[in-house]
Write a protein that binds this ligand. Structure first.
Ligand code: BEZ
Length: 261
């Protein structure tokens, strides 16, 4: 999990967003971890999926920029470290890099990919899923409206990176990957709590652009704007998620050469 002004608390995350790792399980199938492999979980969060990779017999290293999340992952036995995914410091040591629901927090996608290329052994694979083009579109519109009403330009604070499948494929290829899939998957996702809980968990970079005294009112206004689109007649909320799932493999000697981009 990345990006300044986004505060992560492992307990809050578990309450409002435990569906995130649960829905990432198909990406593990795409990763197909094997016994004896060394795998980097990039943006490992609380380590829920790292544990599953380790259960397949792989040695897992997790990195995340949240101390709270890393502490939770460590408590589950994961070799997890606080680090910025945009400045990875590994040198050709992983058979695969895996990432679920984290890359949309890392705006410098070229820096991420350069670090992944460096971290992988020749022929290593990069497999993951994150928010794709159109992800949480209604939420973005509502947050833009409440920021604009308060005289704050939303463009400076909408920090998420949600590329199209074509744009991300091109980016992977520019960094020397042979891409087997990049796919946009619309995934309306029922929330375990409600939209206020989702915004409290995920919208830190936008709401913290406002003075503290205005944040709760702004959040509640966003909730009211979103209710007609995302809340049903029984009060159940669904987030308008769109995922970008990808799998790519490093061309044989790419990991040893200077990255593109
Ligand atoms: C997501 O997982 O799609 C997401 C999480 C936080 C903010 C925006 C999107």
């Amino acid at each position: 999990m990345n990006e300044a002004k986004q505060h992560w608390d492992a307990d809050v995350y578990r309450r409002h967003a435990d569906f995130v790792p649960a829905l990432g399980r198909p990406v593990l199938d795409l990763l197909a971890p094997k016994t004896g492999e060394r795998i980097l979980d990039l943006g490992c969060g609380d380590g829920t999926l790292s544990v599953e990779i380790a259960a397949a017999g792989a040695a897992v290293v997790g990195i995340d920029n949240s101390h709270s999340m890393v502490a939770r992952a460590q408590s589950r036995g994961i070799d997890a470290h606080v680090a910025d995914g945009q400045a990875l410091g590994f040198e050709h040591e992983f058979d695969a890099v895996f990432s679920n629901a984290a890359l949309h927090w890392m705006r410098d996608a070229d820096a991420v990919l350069a670090g992944v290329v460096r971290a992988l052994k020749p022929d290593g694979r990069f497999v993951g899923e994150f928010g794709g083009h159109g992800n949480v579109a209604a939420v973005k519109v509502a947050l833009s409206a409440v920021l604009e009403r308060r005289g704050t330009d939303p463009r400076a604070h909408l920090v998420w990176y949600f590329p199209t499948a074509e744009a991300y494929r091109e980016r992977l290829e520019a960094h020397g990957f042979a891409v087997s899939t990049t796919e946009l998957i619309p995934r309306p996702t029922p929330l375990p709590t409600d939209m206020a809980g989702w915004l409290d968990t995920f919208a830190g970079p936008m709401l913290s652009a406002l003075p503290e005294s205005e944040r709760t009112a702004a959040r509640d206004e966003a909730v009211a704007l979103l209710a007609p689109a995302l809340c049903d007649d029984r009060g159940r909320w669904t987030a308008d998620y769109v995922r970008l799932r990808f799998a790519a493999r490093l061309a044989q000697d790419e990991g040893q050469s200077a990255p593109a981009g």
